[in-house]
Design a protein around this ligand. Structure first.
Ligand code: MN
Length: 215
């Protein structure tokens, strides 16, 4: 069963240099992410009734049989989070969110640089492996961090922006200097994609967004 597939990157492995180096991208995408996809397919081999869109799978973690629940949570979360992460990265950042999302961020946080500071401290101060998020929830945006590969989708939220905080995401280049990695992230955000995610959330509701998992 190969329902879930490793998505191709829309840019080359060295396209995010010098902020994220080629070797990290190769190991991260072809190693770590691929393993989550392989393990997720393996875990659900004997459970065809649960082979569904990744958002539905993550939205219904509690309905899974207990013997596969932890494995699905880890590997479906790993697959979904990385798939999203690749789409919100871009070699040339447009600097800021667009239109409505820009206004909402200003309204919620006061201004863009305060939002940046709050996201940065959420990401830098998060203890252990995990992810930092900007999510849409009930017409608002909120910041949070999750542990391991826990997805905000499992809590009814829609991810807009995400940053991988696992050491495998930055250790080759930044070692223990997570703060430098988080700072570098601001140079490679695909704000068009993030802004589009907000527009689609507004138009279609929380669970409709496709994860672009072709490839
Ligand atoms: Mn990762």
């Amino acid at each position: 069963m190969t329902l879930y597939k490793l998505p191709k990157l829309s840019f080359s492995y060295d396209a995010l240099e010098p902020f994220i180096d080629r070797k990290t991208m190769e190991v991260h995408h072809d190693g770590h992410h691929k393993d989550y996809v392989t393990k997720l397919n393996k875990t659900l081999e004997e459970y065809p009734e649960f082979q569904k869109r990744i958002e539905e799978l993550l939205g219904g973690i509690e309905t899974l049989p207990s013997e596969v629940r932890t494995s699905v949570k880890n590997n479906a979360g790993g697959h979904a989070n990385h798939s999203l992460f690749w789409t919100i990265l871009a070699p040339k950042s447009q600097g800021k969110p667009r239109n409505e999302l820009n206004e909402l961020i200003n309204k919620t946080f006061g201004n863009f640089s305060t939002f940046q500071e709050k996201f940065t401290s959420e990401a830098v101060e998060h203890f252990s492996n995990g992810w930092a998020w900007l999510c849409a929830h009930k017409g608002e945006v909120k910041l949070l961090a999750t542990k391991d590969h826990e997805s905000p989708i499992s809590h009814g939220m829609t991810p807009l922006l995400v940053l991988d905080l696992w050491e495998h995401a930055y250790y080759l280049k930044y070692q223990n200097r997570r703060a430098e990695y988080v700072q570098a992230f601001w140079n490679i955000i695909n704000w068009d994609e993030v802004s589009n995610r907000w527009q689609e959330f507004k138009m279609k509701g929380a669970t409709s967004r496709e994860w672009r998992m072709a490839g």
